[in-house]
Design a protein. Structure first.
Length: 183
């Protein structure tokens, strides 16, 4: 037996899920830097691969096509051998196949926020196609009701984000994933 420390091989990727406005992108980027892992923002990756901004993609090809592309890119990203911290779009959990991919390849953390926190942070919903054509509070309330149970079932751990700074959330995510991921 060698006296060298065992190579550090993380078990899985870390994926943040939660409603739009819960801070997934900011937290995932900082967490990736803290862990020295790669960082992928799924919405940015979808935009990078063509089709314009998320709003443009919703407008030109519609939500169903967006969801299909989102699933395909999620599976590809999580196929990476290199450990990644991934920020998903809030609706990633509405496609059942995505839940299987997440369960198989990632430690999933739900960034849970109260409705008031989301409403405050998202304002008029600019840049979020689902919020652009209606009252953001009403749409957020409906989406939150629909998705809360799915986020909970998909999650290996839950972190509350209300009244916490991004750095405090990053610290808390690190604490909850420590027993779940080999860092
Ligand atoms: C969506 C959330 C958005 C984006 C798209 C749909 C949703 O991502 O994927 O507008 O269904 O909740 P963020 O959660 O990063 O805003």
């Amino acid at each position: 037996m060698s006296d060298q420390p065992a190579p550090v091989v993380p078990r899985r990727h870390v994926v943040l899920v939660g409603m739009m406005g819960s801070g997934k992108s900011t937290v995932a980027r900082r967490l990736g830097a803290e862990l020295g892992w790669g960082f992928v923002d799924l919405d940015e990756e979808l935009e990078r691969r063509g089709g314009g901004t998320v709003s443009e993609q919703f407008a030109t090809t519609g939500e169903a096509a967006f969801r299909q592309h989102e699933s395909q890119v999620l599976a590809e990203v999580l196929g990476s051998e290199t450990p990644l911290v991934v920020a998903t779009g809030g609706g990633v959990v509405v496609t059942p196949a995505n839940l299987d991919v997440l369960a198989e390849r990632a430690v999933v953390v739900w960034l849970r926020a109260r409705l008031e926190t989301l409403v405050d942070r998202l304002g008029d919903g600019a840049g979020r196609p689902l919020l652009e054509n209606g009252d953001p509070r009403r749409v957020l309330h409906r989406l939150d009701e629909d998705r809360r149970g799915v986020y909970e079932r998909a999650a290996d751990a839950i972190v509350d984000v209300d009244e916490r700074s991004p750095d405090e959330v990053v610290d808390e995510v690190q604490r909850v994933i420590a027993p779940l991921v080999r860092i």
